[in-house]
Write a protein that binds this ligand. Structure first.
Ligand SMILES: Cc1ncc(COP(=O)(O)O)c(C=O)c1O
Length: 403
């Protein structure tokens, strides 16, 4: 054991750096050094937060009432509005007392697993998965069991696959649709089948609904909580304003669950971070109690970019890009390019290929290693149309040199 491991606890040194943020940081550093990097790494809309939300926050910032702590679990009026929004968007009826307002969806993820898991409890996680889940599960002492999917199924897991991964220790199924990083969206029938299977085996379902409003091409978002009433109270919904209202920097998310889970998670939060910034909560109140016109506009832009991206990527020999139906990511396979020579180098992994691309084409993509499935890239299409076309053109040019 080195010096580091004695200085830093085993629990915390087991946490890896967020690979998506690392790629983003490297791209930003290159940009700052004057290099014209185009970044497909970031998981945030390129739009500003809608004006009426910003105005609500400005007004609140001027009012001393909002300079104070709120209850740890959030402003009562915000919890009420989140309950109403959940009924509107998910068809899920829930009392405001079962809502916990968190510092972004991320804190909801951490607190959900911290509240549900004892050491050794297993969580079924469909791979490719968002980078934060494994760390939150590990920190809670849980054991992640991967259910690996690939492009041949559109990155959708089947009940058979889930059943093959279930053991006596399985406590939770993590269900994410639309998915980050693949953009996969489960149909209502698939959601029902998976939910019923979970209910039959008495599993908890933690479901991340943060991309609920970003679905395309006739796909529909289905909340597993509503679609499968048999799950009873063993459902925890995670959500937030970041993606729907272009509010990543405001840090407001929430967790919805049964009374005991919400109570326990609120106790945890009360000691960790207390309440979310009061002014941010007012901004979120403006967002969730307003209409969905802003996200409809973003969705239109994302849909256009999604189609451009899929078409251009599939034109590159060696790149295979299934059409995602949700979120704002594509997840192409680049396996056919590995081991080939490009500019005198022979990248053997998607991580090496991503590094070569950043150096040679000044384009940042996140390698599949970050999401539990090497051999792929994640590209966000939440960036301007011109940059998107320029970035993928650079990829086309560089990768067509592979031999
Ligand atoms: C699937 C998923 N869940 C939750 C989050 C959390 O978002 P935030 O903490 O910004 O609300 C993200 C952000 O990237 C995400 O992709």
């Amino acid at each position: 054991m080195g010096v580091m491991s004695s200085r830093i606890s085993a629990r915390i040194s087991a946490i890896s750096e967020s690979a998506t943020l690392a790629v983003d940081a490297k791209a930003k550093a290159m940009k700052a050094a004057g290099r014209p990097v185009i970044g497909f790494g970031a998981g945030e809309p390129d739009f500003p937060t809608p004006g009426y939300i910003v105005e609500a926050a400005i007004e609140a910032a001027r009012d001393p009432r909002f300079h104070k702590y709120t209850p740890a679990g959030g402003l009562p009026e915000l919890k009420q509005a989140i309950a109403a929004k959940t009924l509107r968007d998910s068809g899920y009826q829930v009392d405001a007392s079962r809502v916990l307002v968190t510092n972004g969806g991320k804190q909801a993820v951490y607190q959900a697993f911290a509240t549900l898991l004892d050491p050794g409890d297993e969580v079924l996680v469909v791979a490719p998965y968002w980078t934060t889940y494994p760390e939150a599960i590990k920190l809670a002492g849980g054991v992640q069991v991967d259910v690996v999917t690939d492009e041949t199924s559109g990155y959708l897991a089947s009940v058979e696959q889930l059943e093959a991964a279930r053991t006596e220790r399985t406590k939770v199924l993590l269900f994410v649709s639309p998915s980050n990083p693949t953009g996969a969206v489960y149909s209502r029938e698939q959601v029902e089948a998976i939910g019923r299977w979970a209910a039959e085996h008495g599993l908890w379902v933690v479901t991340d609904e943060i991309y609920e409003h970003l679905v395309y091409g006739g796909a529909e978002f289905t909340s597993i909580a509503t679609a499968v009433p048999e799950l009873g109270d063993k459902v925890v919904i995670l959500n937030g304003v970041a993606k729907t209202y272009a509010m990543t920097g405001w840090r407001v998310g929430w967790l919805i669950g049964p009374a005991d889970v919400v109570k326990a998670a609120t106790n945890l939060q009360s000691h960790a971070t207390s309440n979310v910034a009061n002014v941010s909560q007012i901004a979120a109140l403006g967002a969730v109690s307003g209409d969905l016109s802003a996200v409809a506009e973003m969705r239109e832009a994302f849909d256009r970019r999604r189609q451009t991206m899929v078409r251009m990527l599939n034109d590159i020999p060696g790149v295979l890009c299934p059409e995602p139906l949700g979120a704002f990511y594509v997840y192409p396979s680049v396996k056919a390019l590995l081991g080939k020579e490009i500019r005198g180098k022979r990248p053997q992994t998607s991580a090496e290929l991503a590094e070569l691309i950043l150096e040679e084409a000044e384009v940042a993509v996140v390698p599949g290693e970050a999401f539990g499935t090497p051999g792929y890239f994640r590209l966000s299409y939440a960036l301007g149309d011109d940059d998107l076309v320029e970035g993928v053109s650079r990829l086309q040019k560089l990768l067509s040199e592979a031999k």
